[in-house]
Design a protein around this ligand. Structure first.
Ligand code: PEP
Ligand code: MN
Length: 334
């Protein structure tokens, strides 16, 4: 069972709830600012009379915050001046922040092409310990400069609980990557950073597992999540991962939070990225995120899946057009 407390619950009231719960025969655990979980066979009568308790629910595995629960539209997620979930959001930038000059150039290119958010990792989760791990704090500083110059909000990955405050200070949207989707200790801490989160689907995670990870963020106090399909592991080795575009309508049916697609990591092949970005827009995604690089052959990470900046303006134009058609088609069905 879950106790859903009132929005304005105080710390001392929370202690009182825990005390009453223990005396009523429950093991009680604080799950988030407003939610306390109850385990065991206690009596809820006294608890339900507490003024700070809004309701006690038998949740039976239901998600309180990540599921639709009857909510019809899309929950909008503000990322700086951009609102994800309203219109179609295009996120582009290099895999990693490689230098001040490179990220500033990428930001200018992205801005000129009509991209909405700049991406770029300062902390990189690499398969090999000998691969480029990102510029860390220096990279965050360059991202901040890029945002100041272009006005583009920034999404960048947080890998480690130790770096959450520094990354949150720089990022308008915090990214939790595929390898950390189920790092629940990280999710609990990221939830309290006061920033919305772009949560990437674990490469072997089901939709239900992705939504449960989003629930960790939302119940923990995160102001909003954007769910990202970025390819899953299958038997097919034609592409780096298998981009699961069915995840788009599946997620949209299950959750009100915006859904974006990353065809760069989803395929690992730059030449396939425009086609799958267009397919994502047609499938009803609220946005896409892809990697760009001036000189893919010299990139310090993921060069093979980057698209050339020259391809951006036409792709941005096509994506907006296709997203418009998809939205109109959905409207017609309703
Ligand atoms: C990335 O977007 O930089 C990244 C590392 O993606 P993923 O976590 O999907 O591999
Ligand atoms: Mn990458």
């Amino acid at each position: 069972m879950l106790i859903l407390c009132r929005q304005d619950i105080t710390e001392s009231q929370r202690w009182a709830v825990l005390d009453v719960a223990a005396r009523a025969g429950f093991i009680a655990q604080v799950v988030g600012p407003r939610v306390i979980a109850l385990f065991g066979d206690g009596d809820t009568r006294e608890l339900s009379l507490l003024p700070c308790v809004a309701k006690i629910v038998d949740h039976e595995g239901e998600l309180l915050f990540a599921s639709r629960n009857g909510f019809r539209g899309t929950r909008e997620v503000p990322a700086g001046p951009v609102t994800i979930g309203r219109g179609f959001t295009i996120i582009a930038g290099p895999c990693a922040v490689e230098s001040r000059e490179a990220i500033l150039a990428a930001a200018r290119t992205a801005k000129a092409a009509g991209v909405d958010l700049l991406r770029g990792g300062a902390y990189k989760p690499r398969t090999s310990p000998y691969s480029f791990q990102g510029l860390g704090r220096a990279g965050l500083g360059y991202l901040r400069e890029a945002r100041e110059e272009t006005g583009l909000p920034v999404v960048t990955e947080v890998l480690d609980t130790d770096d959450i405050a520094a990354v949150a200070e720089c990022a308008d949207l915090l990214q939790v990557g595929t390898r950390n989707m189920a790092n629940y200790a990280l999710l609990k801490r990221v939830a309290r950073a006061g920033r919305p989160v772009l949560l990437k689907r674990g490469m072997a995670a089901t939709i239900a597992e992705l939504l449960a990870a989003a629930e960790y963020l939302l119940v923990g106090g995160c102001p909003g999540v954007v769910l990202c399909e970025r390819g899953i592991r299958t038997f097919s080795d034609e592409t780096r991962f298998t981009l699961d575009l069915a995840a788009v309508p599946a997620l949209r049916a299950a959750t009100p939070w915006p859904v974006v697609v990353d065809p760069s990591h989803g395929t690992g092949i730059g030449a396939y990225v425009p086609a799958l970005a267009r397919a994502a827009a047609a499938a009803g995604a609220h946005g896409v995120m892809f990697e760009i690089h001036d000189h893919p052959e010299h990139a310090l990470s993921d060069g093979q899946q980057a698209i050339a900046p020259e391809a951006l303006p036409a792709l941005v134009r096509d994506l907006r057009q296709i997203a418009g058609i998809a939205r109109a088609a959905e409207g017609e069905k309703e």
